[in-house]
Design a protein around this ligand. Structure first.
Ligand code: DX5
Ligand code: ZN
Length: 233
């Protein structure tokens, strides 16, 4: 049973340009306070990076943490954007939907059953996203186009925050944009900061994930505002 935001709220946010702060870079000893800071600054998409120690080496966040922030995010009119960097992600969809996820994104490289997993996410009441690693060709998204609401283009290799943006990602975003229906959200994740954000937006990205450039700053709310300003037309 979904505990997510209303369908109209999700649709509205997914059809707009948003900076999505990644809590991976937050201070977990005061997570609620830090999430509150970026919500107060206008953030409406909170990105949750889930790593299992198999698909990527680190182990990070599970459904418990998504559950811990989801009410706060929804009360502020926001949505919870879960990025599953886990093997066999179809096994974990229900737990994150029950925790309040509004978007669940799986990796093309993490399961032989991508189409099935995307269908499972939608059946569970969430929007479905497909992430691709830097070395994965853009054409894979064309094969499942009808089954997804969002494409996430990794602009670093998944597994760690604080890495440098891979410059070839700008051209890759433009190629992805050209293969997607106009309404499909295009998210870019990794190394996004004030120096790379506008190139991503220029190439067609609509959601910018930002971890260390927001939560690594002395004032995350102010860092969010500055980054969001780079998305304004
Ligand atoms: C990396 C994660 C990212 C990460 C981004 O595997 O998917 O969401 O938090 O961190 P920064 O913005 O620091 O590159
Ligand atoms: Zn992510």
């Amino acid at each position: 049973m979904s505990r997510g935001a209303s369908s109209s709220t999700v649709a509205e946010l997914l059809s707009s340009r948003q900076v999505a702060p990644s809590i991976l870079a937050a201070d977990f000893a005061r997570l609620g306070e830090q999430v509150g800071d970026v919500l107060a600054a206008g953030a409406r998409v909170l990105h949750v990076d889930v790593m299992d120690g198999h698909f990527v080496p680190p182990i990070t966040i599970g459904a418990l943490i998504a559950d811990a922030i989801s009410e706060q995010v929804h009360d502020a009119g926001g949505i919870v954007d879960v990025h599953l960097m886990v093997e066999g992600p179809e096994r974990h969809v229900d737990a994150f939907v029950e925790a309040g996820a509004d978007i669940v994104t799986i990796h093309q490289e993490a399961t032989p059953h991508v189409h099935h997993a995307l269908e499972r996410i939608r059946e569970a009441g969430c929007r479905a996203g497909l992430a691709i690693n830097p070395s994965t060709p853009v054409d894979v998204v064309s094969e499942v186009g009808d089954a997804l609401d969002l494409v996430l283009c990794m602009s670093v290799n998944p597994g760690w925050g604080g890495q440098s943006f891979i410059p070839a990602s700008v051209d890759k975003l433009a190629r992805l944009r050209g293969r997607l229906p106009a309404g499909t959200a295009l998210e870019v994740d990794g190394g996004v900061d004030e120096s790379t954000a506008s190139q991503c937006v220029g190439a067609g990205a609509t959601l910018l994930v930002a971890g260390s450039s927001v939560f690594g700053a002395a004032d995350p709310g102010e860092a969010f505002r500055r980054l969001a300003a780079t998305m304004e037309t």
